[in-house]
Design a protein around this ligand. Sequence first.
Ligand SMILES: Nc1nc2c(ncn2[C@@H]2O[C@H](COP(=O)(O)OP(=O)(O)O)[C@@H](O)[C@H]2O)c(=O)[nH]1
Ligand SMILES: Nc1ncnc2c1ncn2[C@@H]1O[C@H](COP(=O)(O)OP(=O)(O)O)[C@@H](O)[C@H]1O
Length: 205
Amino acid sequence: MDYPGNLFVVAAPSGAGKSSLVKALLELDSHVQPSVSHTTRPPRGQEKHGREYFFVSEPEFDQMVLADAFVEWAHVHGRRYGTSKKAIEDRIAHGADVILEIDWQGALQIKRIFTNAVMIFILPPSWDELRSRLERRGEDAPEVIETRLRNAAAEMSQCKEFDFVIINELFERALFDLKAIVHSQRLKYVSQKRLRADTFKALGI
Ligand SMILES: Nc1nc2c(ncn2[C@@H]2O[C@H](COP(=O)(O)OP(=O)(O)O)[C@@H](O)[C@H]2O)c(=O)[nH]1
Ligand SMILES: Nc1ncnc2c1ncn2[C@@H]1O[C@H](COP(=O)(O)OP(=O)(O)O)[C@@H](O)[C@H]1O
């Protein structure tokens, strides 16, 4: 059987460090590909259309919803965000490992469609640290930060629905955990279905 590829879904409250962790994982592991979402929120300082997000207008987003172009989409912090079918279906069909960085509502929609999706939730170590990360990032206006903090408790309470919870206190430790999850899912297929079968054959067992 060909390696089917895994779908990893990472959710977290704003400021927990999910983008930094996913970015670091992508730099270390060329077999994992990101899914680039569409959003109606405006770009932050260094963000580029087509790299962090496809930044679209409300009517453009409406059009995509009407055209059934999304696998999932949700309202988050007063904006809309969605994973297009185009962003993931080709890659999954080609056996790539794909990682989605989406909110919990989208994550649960994905789990219903792709039942094998591996669900990962990132938590900050404390409220104080969450606030200071959002402030230190320095990308959002104070009222945007307050909205994100207000929404964080409800978001974090969803972590129980996920397969894995990583506490991002020390960055390198959290990255190690994320790599371990990705690696273990890959081993399931590679060792059981392919390498192990070859070894069994060679050993005659
Ligand atoms: N449902 C859904 N949520 C998304 C998608 N893309 C991003 N999000 C989530 O939208 C929320 C806000 O993202 P963003 O504006 O980049 O802010 P950040 O979380 O502070 O980095 C985060 O929880 C993201 O994971 C998507 O395609 N679908
Ligand atoms: N373990 C960590 N310790 C300290 N700062 C961190 C850690 N992880 C991420 N950060 C910082 O916190 C801020 C928010 O991280 P980011 O990845 O943008 O979060 P998210 O994508 O979840 O909103 C960034 O400035 C990032 O550099």
